[in-house]
Design a protein around this ligand. Structure first.
Ligand code: NAD
Length: 485
């Protein structure tokens, strides 16, 4: 085993879980056993919550300008440890080193945003009548939890932890049991940055600990990022205990390609979007709709896809089950009459025979009823459908239950605007294959890609991580003047 057994992080210390169940953490790159991860119990959670509760009065009363100093230092430490963090991320997740570097760079940008929060949470004050003042303040919630998926071991934890903590909350993080190593490193850096013990805690585990988080009476808010199936479970369970919950789910993102699109640029964007992070991104292009004759662009997409080499500029998918699931989707589409233009099945990388790779795959002549057109594949696969009109393309996009992202490739501004207005997704790209909004803009989809109000990052997250206190004060000495006068 390459690393020591993973521990929880409670009250500023790495500690063993009380539970006896463990899972192995296997590198998707080559099958190396990296570590074991404990499946924590509700008793572990109680300990973490107690530590967070004890830290909350001191941390929430620390002025925000002082709190964000920790995040200036944390940002510097993320930069200093970028290489180490990126290597760890690649090892446990399977993505390429370059993709891991991009993930840490995005974590740095998220942290920069958190350092700007004092400028954004100033509240409001107004003399509403003579001598009477109304004032609002954003107040921290208390102990909050963040449950995260496997596909971004560093970035998704950093969607929530810098903002929630800078706003005065104390946090329990539940990493994915498939990629638990990166989060421990983040905890070390937060401690080194001067974050007081108990403000950030990690409990590892699976279903049992997620259920315990949803049920725990002292946890005020739960954020979740993962599949739609589990987002629904977590949202229902957490809100049934009257907690705030924001649960981001899966995706099926459509790229609409019009005949006037710039061929090179479009092909590069489509290929990069469908294959980046081995297609394991909730923002990945998964379905493409060619409107009219776009054969020349599809030919270029295939050329671009063939340049993508597994084990070199394409990482592994998370595990054997994922590899098999993705290959099953491709085979089923082929059996139903779709044409596999570039085939990523049965991919082996020399010297990494135990790695779990799927090559880039381009499937043409997909029809909207096929599973590859409707379901989240979460692999480096693009399913191409054809329509005659933009409205037919929009009808396909609108009919899919998800709503994370959609993009259009065209040189016609009016057509782009038409599609922006009609696509049913929270994040829209024009000539952009992965339309992730950058800070201070917020990240969040629509429909079955998100349950709850507001977005998880950027300015929108302030409302989720705080409650508003409204105070009305009257200091005028005259008698007979009431608060309405
Ligand atoms: P997942 O839903 O399997 O797991 C997410 C988290 O939930 C993990 O921490 C896991 O331990 C826990 N979990 C798993 N099954 C559970 C259950 N039955 N009950 C309670 N908890 C459970 O997701 P994943 O496979 O880790 O991640 C991939 C999914 O995440 C994809 O669907 C992807 O689209 C989605 N995702 C969405 C976004 C977004 O912003 N919308 C971002 C990243 C990933």
């Amino acid at each position: 085993m390459k690393y020591p057994a993973i521990q929880n992080f409670i009250n500023g210390q790495f500690v063993n879980s009380i539970g006896s169940r463990i899972l192995e953490v296997i590198s998707p790159l080559d099958g190396t056993l990296l570590a074991t991860v404990p499946m924590s119990t509700s008793k572990d959670l109680d300990n973490a919550v107690k530590a967070a509760q004890a830290a909350f009065p001191g941390w929430s009363k620390t002025p925000i300008k002082e709190r964000v100093q920790v995040f200036f230092r944390y940002k510097y430490l993320l930069e200093k440890h970028l290489k180490e963090l990126a290597e760890l991320c690649s090892e446990e997740n399977g993505k390429t080193y370059g993709e891991s570097v991009a993930e840490i760079e995005k974590s740095i940008e998220l942290t920069e945003f958190a350092t700007s929060l004092p400028q954004l949470v100033t509240g409001e004050v107004l003399e509403v009548s003579r001598g009477v003042e109304c004032r609002t303040e954003h107040v921290a919630l208390g102990v909050v939890a963040s449950i995260v998926p496997f596909n971004f071991p560093s970035m998704v934890p950093n969607w929530t932890l810098p903002n929630a903590i800078a706003l005065g909350n104390c946090m329990i993080m539940k990493p994915s049991e498939k990629v638990p190593l990166s989060c421990g490193k983040l905890a070390e850096l937060l401690k080194e940055a001067g974050l007081p013990d108990g403000v950030f805690n990690i409990v590892h585990g699976d279903v049992e600990i997620v259920e315990a988080i949803c049920d725990h009476p002292a946890i005020e808010a739960v954020s979740f990022v993962g599949s739609t199936k589990v987002a629904k479970i977590v949202y229902q369970r957490a809100t049934s205990h009257y907690k705030r919950c924001l649960a981001l789910g899966g995706a099926k993102n459509h790229l609409m390609v019009l005949p006037d699109a710039k061929p090179e640029m479009t092909a590069q964007n489509v290929a990069a979007s469908m294959s980046g992070c081995a297609g394991q991104r909730c923002m990945a292009a998964s379905a493409m709709i060619g409107v009219g004759n776009v054969d020349h662009i599809i030919a270029k997409i295939c050329d671009e896809a063939r340049k993508i080499v597994p084990g070199k500029n394409l990482g592994a998918v998370i595990n054997k089950q994922s590899q098999e699931r993705i290959e099953r989707y491709i085979t089923e589409a082929e059996q139903q009459g779709a044409k596999i233009l570039v085939d990523g099945r049965n991919t082996k990388v020399a010297g990494k025979e135990n790695g779990t790779y799927v090559g880039p795959t381009v499937i043409d002549f997909v029809t909207p009823d096929m599973a590859v057109a409707k379901e989240e594949i979460f692999g480096p696969v693009i399913s191409i459908m054809r329509t005659d009109t933009v409205d037919e393309a929009l009808a396909i996009e609108n009919a899919n239950p998800y709503g994370n992202a959609a993009s259009v490739f065209t040189q016609n501004g009016g057509m782009a605007r038409y599609i922006i207005e009609r696509a049913s997704a929270g994040m829209i790209g024009v000539n952009v294959g992965v339309p992730v909004p950058r800070e201070p803009f917020s990240f969040g989809g629509w429909n079955e890609s998100k349950f709850g109000v507001g977005d998880i990052t950027g300015k929108s997250s302030i409302e989720f991580w705080t409650k508003l206190k409204k105070s009305t004060t009257k200091w005028n000495p005259e008698a007979g003047v009431n608060w309405m006068s």
